[in-house]
Each structure stands twice: as structure tokens, then as C-alpha cells.
Design a protein around this ligand. Structure first.
Ligand code: CA2
Length: 148
């Protein structure tokens, strides 16, 4: 069965508790439940994980190889800094959707650049928690297109 890793980076465990005007009121648990529900409706599986540590995120990406068919990655602030995460995505060669709750291009200049975008299949940002099911659907669609 098709399976995706839904990977969330630093501070996303705080969702729903602070800065609701930027990130909304949905908690990470809610988002992970939404992902499982979306996967169920599409007949696929998802595994969800979150870490505040760059190296742990790299290890999750490595472990996805041979287990999952694609990755939905909200790398949080590491999006803007991490060559290691970019190299991990390139290294496992799994199709990856970069995802952000907020529209990073409408925020501070330092959020406008992504280390991930250049190795991602595509980017979804600015739609809040609704972006996660959108990303799952887009990733599945891309895999189905590739399979012909
Ligand atoms: O918009 C996104 O999803 C981000 O990846 C979120 C990151 C930010 O550094 C990126 O530029 C864009 C930050 C996540 C912090 O989440 C919090 C949630 C509640 C309270 C405090 C932080």
C-alpha cells in the first residue's frame, strides 16, 4: 500500500497553544489526525513524526527510504537554514512536498528563502492546517501520474 511520511520540524509541537493569529488554533495532534483521515479516504497509509532536532529529522528522512513512497515536510525554521535536510531529501530521492502553515513569502525576508524548495516536488504554503491534506492529495496525484 502507498505510504507517506508526514514530518514536522521544530516548534510545531506548540501549535494551537500560542501565536494563533499566525499558525491557527489547530494542534499538531489535530493535524496528524487530519492526515490519517485523509490517507484513509484515499486508501493509503501515513506515518507522522515531529522533532525539534535537525539530526533527528535527517534520520527520519533516511528511515523513510524503502518504507514510504513520499514525504510531506514542514521543516519549520530549518527550512530556511538546513543544507543537511536538503541533502537528506536528495539522498533518499523520495518525492517530497514542502509545506508551511503560513505564507512564508508574506512574512519576514529571512523566511522567503527555502533550502528545501529546490529539491521538492512542490511547495504548499499559506493555507494553514488544510495544507496537509492538500499535500497528501498532491503527492499521491504526482505518484499516480508518474506510474502512468
Ligand atoms: O508556516 C510554517 O509552517 C513554518 O514552517 C512555521 C515555522 C516557521 O519558522 C517557518 O518560517 C514557517 C515556525 C513554527 C513555530 O510554530 C509555533 C507554533 C505555536 C507557537 C509558537 C511557534
Amino acid at each position: 500500500m502507498t505510504s507517506f511520511l508526514i514530518l514536522n520540524g521544530p516548534n510545531l509541537n506548540l501549535l494551537g497553544t500560542r501565536q494563533p493569529e499566525v499558525y491557527g488554533r489547530t494542534t499538531l495532534d489535530d493535524i496528524e489526525r487530519m492526515c490519517h483521515d485523509k490517507a484513509g479516504s484515499l486508501g493509503i497509509e501515513v506515518e507522522t513524526a515531529q522533532s525539534n532536532h535537525e539530526g533527528t529529522l535527517v534520520e527520519h528522512i533516511h528511515a523513510a527510504r524503502g518504507v514510504h513512497d513520499g514525504i510531506v515536510l514542514n521543516a519549520g525554521a530549518y527550512t530556511h537554514t538546513s543544507v543537511a535536510l536538503r541533502d537528506a531529501i536528495t539522498g533518499v530521492a523520495l518525492p517530497t512536498v514542502e509545506l508551511h502553515l503560513s505564507n512564508i513569502h508574506a512574512r519576514e525576508a529571512f523566511r522567503h528563502h527555502s533550502m528545501i524548495a529546490g529539491v521538492a516536488l512542490g511547495v504548499i504554503c499559506g493555507f494553514g492546517a488544510a495544507g496537509y491534506p492538500l499535500a497528501i492529495e498532491a503527492l499521491l496525484g504526482a505518484l499516480e501520474d508518474r506510474a502512468g
